[in-house]
Design a binder for this molecule. Sequence first.
Ligand SMILES: Cc1ncc(COP(=O)(O)O)c(C=O)c1O
Length: 454
Amino acid sequence: MANLEAGVSTDKVTAMIRRESDHYTQRNPTSQRFAREAASHWHNGVPMHWMLDWSTPFPLFVADASGSTLTDVDGHKYDDFCLGDTGSMFGHSPAPVAAAIAEQARHGLTYMLPTEDVVEVGKLLTAKFGLPYWQVATTATDANRFVIRWCRGITKRNKILVFHGCYHGSCDDTFVRLKDGKPIHRPGLIGQVYDLTTHTKVVEFNDLPALETALKDRDVACVITEPALTNIGMVLPQPGYLEGLRQLTRKYGTLLVIDETHTISTGYGGYTRTHRLEPDFLTIGKPIAGGIPCSVYGCTAEMAAKMKEAETASGPGYSGMGTTLSANAMALKAMRANLEQVMTLAAYEHMLPLSERLARGIEAEIRKRNVPWHVSNVGARAEFVCAPERPRNGTEAQAAMHHKVELAIHLYLLNRGIIIAPFHNMTLVCPATTAAQVDHLIASVGACIDELQN
Ligand SMILES: Cc1ncc(COP(=O)(O)O)c(C=O)c1O
């Protein structure tokens, strides 16, 4: 009997990886040449190591991208469902953002002084996300780092709490995981010389009793979480979980930080607005300025008042927050155009049904072939998981990952003109994505499963 992994033949998976890797190499001579040349001057051949996280033998070099389409340097066009892993979630170079960038480029890029756009962007953020006060940082990582600092400053508590399997950027405090019920450092950290578990607690998502036990000592400044975990496959909140999280954080004087960087896919105003969450702080980066490095964090009026108290209490000096290029004129101009003209209700009205079509379409392909896989989606973000059950927490989500099977699928799709995120099986649709592109993806996933089964 054939060996099976995730319900498909391991031999077929291995053969597909080999065949598709060879095919990729043959079809991409220019990318291969660029990769060889780049290797002379870039550590590991790329300017940022995530560019190596794709399933390909060497990175795909990009020549152009527009809307939902990407073109590589060998001239192949791709339906892009990765969209820069959310940075371009509203399409590559949306016209209003591109025009705003061109316009601002003639008037200075950064001066560490506000422009008129600051006035408008503040109003837009409040109108969209509901929170009255905002600050700008350069990446979601930074927004999270700064908010954690504020929470500690406000509550005068030294610990934070994260969920096993979370990701909030390269934010040191959050690099804690569970192993056999004990907190450990996330595997693979380089240069980690102090013990992160001293100041970070970790529990499983969707486990209110564990959360309550961790908060009871009243030493946790904040819980930081995505409303659905999207960085370890996808873990959806069980009914009542987020309400319970809010009640427990309030009960024990712990602040709640909702990281909407990925779940902005949920709907207009993100998961928070769609599901009426009540965070103390909300953070979001990646697509907030249409792909220009920029992030924001918002807070309630109560938190804003406490931030002032914390500032007064800590006295003059450096707060440990802020970076020189944050809130530069270019980022603000791009964010204004993006909030006014791109991240609109109309955009979501296009994206949400299309992502639903994608999720249900892949689900149907899976069912037809009776493979033990499933699909989850939060609005415009969908994930097909090569395991039968929807995971309830990070441990189950981790167990549901089948890296070789995912690698084979990614390569198969890439060679057929489809890009999905390099991490697990994540797809995003943008305002420019078409039904034809979605149907092509659905059919290709079906054809890929056929090859892995037969
Ligand atoms: C939920 C979440 N928060 C924060 C970040 C960090 O974003 P950045 O790498 O742009 O700082 C990520 C990145 O994937 C993320 O998924």
